[in-house]
Each structure stands twice: as structure tokens, then as C-alpha cells.
Design a protein around this ligand. Structure first.
Ligand SMILES: Cc1cc2nc3c(=O)[nH]c(=O)nc-3n(C[C@H](O)[C@H](O)[C@H](O)COP(=O)(O)OP(=O)(O)OC[C@H]3O[C@@H](n4cnc5c(N)ncnc54)[C@H](O)[C@@H]3O)c2cc1C
Length: 393
């Protein structure tokens, strides 16, 4: 056992439920103060959930992506910021898992993530390139056994709290912008100078400030696989799927409040079905659409794990892009519909039916890698890729 002991005899889902309740208690303060959800993250560490996806031999529990997605959804129902921190951390873990067999540093680092419940952050966005994941301006320099990296990162969620940041950069100073690698910058090898604050509409607890990142460390902390492969085999799919799960959680919580509102109205006037009841039915059907898309995506991802070539096909990339853009749009629509049902009670901050935080949080979905950028990417693939004619298979 590492420094944190899991409560014995509890399943991942049971632990997630307890942690989500803790997250929920602090969610309003996290949002109001735009502060890191440290109670929820401490509880995730105590429950050993940060290493859950790692194999048992590295100190994890061998959880699959669907189990992690379920936790994202559970957390998202109570505190979207805590859920997003958890999701982003797991996306980094999934990228590192591709390297589990690559060498002493990588296996040792993954074992540390589980033992010490280290929190991992991401720096792909960069000043000058925006959200284009597959482009970097900065370059890593390797001299002898040491790497050096300086990156003007426009956004690093919970950068100030992370134990390591996985940063993209050009492979060397002469590389073109798309010839990228990923560097594991450990807290002890890195200096972060804050460049922007995070005064935003929603997801305020992710503390996604801008930083100038300067790091120097052992050269083997530059991941051996090219970032193109990490993105295609892991990062794009895991991001879209875990985010979709989280947005489902936010939307579910909103519909649950709308349903409770209608039930309360019905009790006040028995026999009289409130107008908003039909909107709850409408929102519930959209919620099911979200769930179906996310589950289909997760099943497709699980199947692709069995045949590694599938992960790099256009069909798979189009499917994952579609999960992201569709669920991010439907989630906003669902929360907005729930707001319409609850009326002024949903619009106000201080009622049991308030949906203000849900709406603000879920609005981040469409800009967290801008939907138009993803549509642009899908559009290019659809110039050559045939649509899937089969409903089942
Ligand atoms: C809550 C939250 C947390 C985040 N956390 C992190 C993090 O931890 N690490 C990280 O690296 N990033 C993070 N991000 C940043 C995120 O992943 C995107 O990089 C960022 O939201 C993109 O910002 P943008 O819309 O300005 O840029 P862009 O995506 O560049 O979009 C700008 C404009 O360009 C348009 N556009 C579309 N396609 C193209 C194209 N092909 N070429 C040029 N322009 C195009 C878009 O429609 C948009 O209008 C986070 C974002 C959010 C909302």
C-alpha cells in the first residue's frame, strides 16, 4: 500500500458515491469562490481513485474506461469542477498507460501515481495556437541526459495544484509544428509562472489559469511515442468519452431537479398536471440520447482496445468526434429545458431548484476544444470517409 489507504471492501462505485456527496457539500463554495475543490480531490485520493485505471501490478485496480466514465458522471451530478479535474487527470493516466511497457521511468512513474495518488494536469493549449491539439510552437531541447522545455501555456487546469504536467511540444527546435512529443514535467522539475487568472462563467473550480511553464529534467521524461500516436490511440477518444460522461452527469442532475420541481407543483395542485411536465419528458428523452451516445462510444472504445488498428481508423475518429460535439450540445439544451421547467426557481441562486451553476458549467462543453474546430476536422475526414450504413454491428 502507498501513502493513502482505500476504505476496505468498497467498490469503485460505492466510493465514488461517497466522494460525490462530499463534493456536493462544497460545490457552491467552489463555484462562488472559483477555488480548487480540494475536499473532493482529497477524498478521491483517500479513496485511491486517482490510480484506479492502473493495472493491479502497478498499484491500481485495473478499472476500464467505462468504470472511470461512470465515476465522472457521478461526480458531475454533484460538482462539475471536481468531476472535470478527475476526468482530466484520468485522460493523462490513459496516455501514460500506452507507455507502461516502455521503460523504467514510465512504469516507476505510474506506480508512483497510484502509490502517492499524484494529480496529473495537461498543457496542450498554447498562446498563439489556441486549442489546436496537434500543433505546438514551443520545442523541447535535449542536451545530454537532460531535457529543457519552456511553454507559454494559455490554460493549465489546476496547474498550481498538480504534481506533474503533461505538456506537448515540438520534438526539437527544427521540427514542424505537428511533429510533437509529450513531456512529463514533474513538480520538482518545473517552475510555473502564472500569466492569466481564471475569472470565468462556469467550471470555476478547475482553476484553469495560464502559465509560463519552464521545466528541466531527465531526458527519458520525454515520452518515447510521438504525440500524434498518443492523440490518436488515447487522448482524443478518452477526452471525448470522459467529458461526455461528465456532461451527462450535469444534465442528469438538472433534469432530476426539474422532475422534483414538477412533483412539488403537482402535490400543491393534485389532479392538475403542470405545463412543465411535458418539458421534463422532453429533457428525459434527450438525456437518454446522451446516454446512448456515450455508452456506444465507450463500447466502441472497448472493442477498439482488442484490435489496435481500429483506434487509428477514420471511422473511429469520426465516431469519437461525434460523441463530443453531440453530447456537448444536447447537454446545454437539456439543462436549459430544465431551467424553463423550474422557471424563476431555476434562475435564482438560492432555491433548491436552482440550475444557475449547472447551466454555467455545462456551457464550457462547446468551447472545451471548440465544437467548430472538431466539426472542421470531421468535415475533412468525411470528404473521403463513408458514413456507417449499418444500425447494428
Ligand atoms: C474548463 C476548461 C478547462 C480547460 N483545461 C485545459 C487544460 O487543462 N489544458 C489545456 O491545454 N487546455 C485546457 N483548456 C483549453 C481547451 O482545451 C481549448 O484549448 C480552448 O478552450 C480553446 O480555446 P479557444 O476557443 O480560444 O481556441 P480555438 O479552439 O483555437 O478556437 C478559437 C476560434 O477558432 C475557430 N476555429 C475552429 N476551427 C479552427 C481551425 N481549424 N483553425 C483555426 N481556428 C479555428 C473556433 O471556431 C473559434 O471560434 C480548457 C478549457 C476549458 C473550457
Amino acid at each position: 500500500m502507498g501513502i493513502v489507504d482505500a476504505p476496505p471492501g468498497t467498490t469503485l462505485g460505492e466510493r465514488a458515491g461517497v466522494i460525490a456527496a462530499i463534493a456536493g457539500i462544497h460545490a457552491a463554495a467552489v463555484d462562488r469562490d472559483g477555488r480548487f475543490p480540494h475536499e473532493a480531490i482529497a477524498a478521491l485520493k483517500h479513496g485511491r481513485l486517482l490510480g484506479a485505471m492502473l493495472p493491479v501490478e502497478l498499484g491500481g485496480e485495473g478499472a476500464n474506461l467505462a468504470a472511470i466514465a461512470d465515476i465522472c458522471s457521478t461526480l458531475g451530478q454533484h460538482c462539475a469542477s471536481a468531476g472535470m479535474v478527475f476526468a482530466m487527470h484520468q485522460i493523462q493516466v490513459a496516455s501514460l498507460l500506452l507507455h507502461a511497457e516502455s521503460g523504467a521511468f514510465h512504469r516507476g512513474f505510474l506506480a508512483r501515481v497510484a502509490a502517492e495518488q499524484m494529480l496529473l494536469a495537461s498543457a496542450t493549449s498554447e498562446v498563439g495556437i489556441g486549442g489546436d491539439l496537434r500543433t505546438s510552437l514551443c520545442a523541447v531541447e535535449v542536451s545530454g541526459a537532460t531535457y529543457h522545455l519552456e511553454k507559454n501555456a494559455s490554460v493549465i487546469s489546476y496547474g498550481a495544484q498538480a504534481d506533474a504536467v503533461l505538456a506537448t511540444a515540438r520534438r526539437h527546435a527544427d521540427s514542424p509544428p505537428s511533429d510533437q512529443v509529450m513531456v512529463v514535467a514533474l513538480r520538482e522539475h518545473m517552475h510555473l509562472e502564472r500569466t492569466t487568472i481564471w475569472d470565468v462563467t462556469g467550471m470555476r473550480g478547475t482553476c484553469s489559469e495560464g502559465f509560463r511553464l519552464r521545466a528541466s529534467g531527465p531526458a527519458d521524461h520525454v515520452l518515447p511515442r510521438l504525440f500524434a500516436e498518443i492523440a490518436a490511440r488515447s487522448m482524443l477518444a478518452t477526452s471525448h468519452l470522459l467529458w461526455a460522461a461528465l456532461w451527462y452527469g450535469i444534465a442528469f442532475a438538472a433534469v432530476q431537479r426539474a422532475q422534483a420541481f414538477i412533483k412539488a407543483e403537482t402535490r400543491k395542485r393534485p389532479g392538475d398536471t403542470p405545463t412543465g411536465a411535458i418539458r421534463v419528458a422532453e429533457a428525459a428523452s434527450r438525456l437518454q440520447m446522451m446516454k446512448s451516445m456515450a455508452r456506444d462510444g465507450l463500447e466502441r472504445y472497448a472493442r477498439a482496445q482488442e484490435s489496435r488498428d481500429e483506434l487509428t481508423t477514420m471511422g473511429f475518429a469520426v465516431a469519437m468526434n461525434n460523441v463530443k460535439v453531440a453530447t456537448s450540445r444536447i447537454a446545454v439544451d437539456v439543462v436549459n429545458t430544465a431551467m424553463l421547467v423550474c422557471g424563476i426557481s431555476g434562475f435564482k441562486n438560492d432555491t433548491p431548484f436552482s440550475l444557475v451553476r449547472h447551466l454555467r458549467d455545462v456551457l464550457s462543453a462547446q468551447v472545451m476544444i471548440n465544437n467548430d474546430r472538431i466539426f472542421g476536422n470531421t468535415a475533412t475526414m468525411l470528404l473521403v470517409h463513408r458514413l456507417d450504413a449499418q444500425l447494428v454491428a
